[in-house]
Design a protein around this ligand. Structure first.
Ligand code: GLY
Length: 391
């Protein structure tokens, strides 16, 4: 695959950095660091799935004369976004004699990026880190914008810091071996970007997503670039989520509650939860008279055609939970203000807004329908399975 490398700048003044999108970048990653490898110390964080990539990084740094290039491997999965993993990582950094001038390199998906970024933010009151995202979700969303964090109890990302990386290196080749399920989960975040601010991009996705997910890497590069460019503009305008950045949470209050309800046991990937959450947000908007049922159906049709789940009833094994319990989990969300839920709701295709004081009875209705009490839950689940596993 030969693709031109795209360079997008996240313009945050003294914290500005570049995002590199292209193929074969892992072998050239040292060219994209904002400082020399020679004489500097690097601490590489990966998981069992990204070890081979991390080894390339370590060997390159050693060959380039880094004073130190050490590596730690965490267990893949959301459970690693915990205090225990952070403590292990921080203790390892101290044992390795981390210094203020050291740099952490996160090689992996959102979990590795988030925990590495968090440790980079707090060790020695903050050191540099580089993101080398290896999943689609991390390339289009979590590696860009400086959100780092850990899960705590029932709340995703409850503890964290805004700490921008010094570079993001998104190598499309890393996506080639991703299981389709992982690729789709990342695709949901691309759809999110379109739904919250770019209706023509959603139309483009309706036309190109199938080819893109079947290996059209030119289309994939274009979609990643469009999503990162949109996120860059949002983050530049509101780095610490005092306003417009909240729109990036479209579908996320529902999604985080559903992920928590699964106990992070792997039956629901973050992007799958976001797909269901976006449909719930559209459904709620329709019931509140904020957008049309046609918009909702269009979104459902597209996500479902791609093979993403669109109803809570499609989670397998099913969630044994009531709408009221899901609502209670939603109230643990970070976006609760003065005890009241703040949701991101679509007002049209490509337009979303922050909504306070949403009628909770309507939220319950939306959850009830998605849980499938009035449907034959089995049929919905099987319908998803057949689309999902045939792709
Ligand atoms: N993933 C949402 C954000 O970066 O704000």
């Amino acid at each position: 695959m030969s693709l031109d490398t795209k360079i997008l700048t996240i313009d945050l003044g003294t914290r500005a950095y570049d995002v590199y999108i292209g193929s074969g970048l892992i072998y050239r990653f040292a060219d994209f660091l904002p400082f020399e490898s020679e004489g500097n110390s690097f601490f590489i964080v990966c998981d069992d799935n990204t070890r081979a990539y991390a080894e390339i990084v370590r060997n390159t740094l050693r060959a380039d004369g880094a004073s130190k290039a050490e590596m730690i491997t965490l267990t893949p999965g959301e459970a690693s976004k915990s205090w225990e993993s952070a403590q292990r990582l921080l203790e390892w950094l101290v044992q390795q004699k981390v210094e203020r001038s050291s740099c952490i390199i996160a090689v992996g998906g959102g979990v590795i990026g988030d925990i590495s970024g968090f440790c980079a933010a707090v060790i020695l009151r903050g050191i540099a880190y580089v993101q080398i995202p290896t999943t689609l979700l991390a390339q289009v969303d979590s590696s860009v914008g400086g959100k780092t964090g850990l899960n705590m109890g029932q709340t995703k990302n409850m503890v964290g810091a805004f700490h921008q990386p010094v570079a993001v290196i998104a190598d499309l080749d890393a996506l080639k071996n991703l299981p389709r399920r992982q690729l789709l989960a990342g695709y949901a975040e691309i759809v999110k970007i379109a739904l919250l601010g770019d209706a023509p991009f959603f139309r483009w996705l309706e036309t190109h997503a199938s080819a893109m997910l079947e290996g059209d890497w030119v289309a994939m590069a274009q979609a990643i670039e469009t999503a990162v460019r949109a996120k860059a503009r949002i983050v530049e305008a509101d780095e610490r989520e005092q306003g417009g950045r909240a729109l990036l949470n479209l579908g996320h209050t529902f999604a985080h509650a559903l992920e928590t309800a699964t106990g992070f046991d792997g039956r629901l990937l973050h992007g799958e939860a976001v797909a269901i959450g976006m449909v719930l947000a559209f459904d709620l908007s329709v019931r509140l008279g904020l957008c049309t049922a046609e918009d909702q159906h269009r979104v459902e049709e597209h996500l479902s055609a791609m093979g993403l789940p669109i109803r809570i009833a499609m989670i397998d094994p099913p969630l044994k939970i009531s709408p009221q319990e899901i609502l209670a989990l939603m109230r643990h969300d970070k976006k609760v203000e003065n005890g009241s839920l703040r949701l991101i709701l679509p007002s049209a295709m490509g337009v979303a807004h922050v909504a306070d004081d949403v009628d909770e009875a309507q939220i319950i209705n939306v959850l009830k329908d998605s849980l499938g009490s009035e449907y034959s839950g089995k049929d919905i689940k099987n319908q998803w399975k057949s689309v999902f596993f045939s792709r």
